[in-house]
Design a binder for this molecule. Structure first.
Ligand code: NDP
Length: 283
């Protein structure tokens, strides 16, 4: 009986976690990817290329984008273009979307992934930094989505928003960053309602990531957190598969979903546990 029960549970788990991803759904897809020069964005560019997508890459540094573009072409991307843009500029989102539209003739995936550089430390009272980070991490996402929405509506496309566990459960040393990620959840979850109510077939895939081994994150969190990072290439692939499957949320690593579901059960115990993962003597 025990064996039977175990087999049924294993079968159910395998059914719910089966890989339903069809790589053909991305072949030839027209993708605009932000924050594409390094980290998870760079890895997403390479995966999209292997699947034969047509891509527009954007970030601030032109020389780095040029190198990523060359590798994308070697990996099999159908077409690759790049446009350097600083998302702290209010004009940048519209310019970038128009560039993508001109080069690709439409858009199937808009992947919002960039973030402004922010310190990983106790709050130091720098309100101007919070305001600036809100522009880069939140307002530019809204403006990019807004400019692309008519095109995505036409193509029944996908809007992917890359967020973080700290956009679902607040953690120390991330005050402004956490605020920008919570804001994204509020805005895009409300927008998802409205798209459904208007019967617009645009999917919003909201991505909740844990600590990932990108250079930027490793540099910032060194000696400050007691957590093992997960690989950026796998995070990138999980995001792409989730968006291609039109999932409303993806969690990477997978167990973050359980943590998010339990978030409000025992708040004070939860906070004690969270704080135990952070070393505040080094800040
Ligand atoms: P990186 O710092 O490696 O990459 C950030 C990207 O954004 C780069 O391409 C950078 O390129 C670009 N960028 C920085 N500033 C600007 C700007 N002002 N305007 C336009 N582009 C800019 O980040 P990660 O790969 O680590 O993170 C990617 C996403 O994953 C983010 O949304 C992050 O919040 C999320 N995430 C990451 C985690 C991690 O542990 N790494 C954990 C949880 C979530 P350039 O400098 O050339 O402009």
């Amino acid at each position: 009986k025990m064996l039977c029960a175990a087999a049924v549970i294993a079968g159910l788990l395998a059914f719910f976690w089966r890989d339903t991803f069809n790589p053909d759904s991305i072949a030839g897809a027209r993708v605009l990817l932000t924050g594409a020069s390094t980290g998870i964005g760079e890895q997403m560019a390479y995966h999209y290329s292997r699947f034969g997508a047509e891509i527009v890459l954007t970030a601030r540094r032109e020389t780095v984008l040029q190198k990523v573009m060359e590798k994308c072409l070697q990996l099999g991307a159908e077409k690759v273009f790049y446009i350097p843009a600083d998302m702290s500029s209010p004009q940048a989102p519209e310019e970038v979307v128009q560039f993508a539209l001109k080069k690709l003739g439409g858009l199937d995936h808009l992947v919002l992934n960039h973030i402004g550089v922010t310190p990983f430390q106790m709050w130091d009272g720098d309100v101007n930094h919070t305001r600036w980070l809100m522009q880069v991490n939140f307002h530019s996402y809204v403006a990019l989505a807004s400019a692309a929405l008519p095109i995505l509506t036409e193509s029944k496309g996908v809007l992917t928003v890359v967020s973080s566990l700290t956009g679902k459960i607040s953690t120390p040393f991330t005050t402004s960053y956490s605020a920008t990620k919570f804001a994204l959840d509020g805005f895009f979850s409300s927008l998802r309602h409205e798209l459904t109510m208007q019967k617009k077939d645009v999917c919003i895939t909201f991505c909740v990531l844990g600590l990932i081994d990108t250079e930027a994150a490793m540099e910032k969190t060194r000696d400050k957190v007691y957590m093992s990072p997960s690989p950026a290439a796998e995070a990138a692939l999980t995001i792409i598969k989730g968006a291609a499957n039109r999932e409303r949320e993806i969690f990477y690593p997978w167990w973050l979903e359980l943590i998010c579901r339990l978030r409000d059960w025992f708040p004070s115990h939860r906070d004690v546990v969270i704080q135990s993962f952070y070393n505040h003597t080094s800040t």
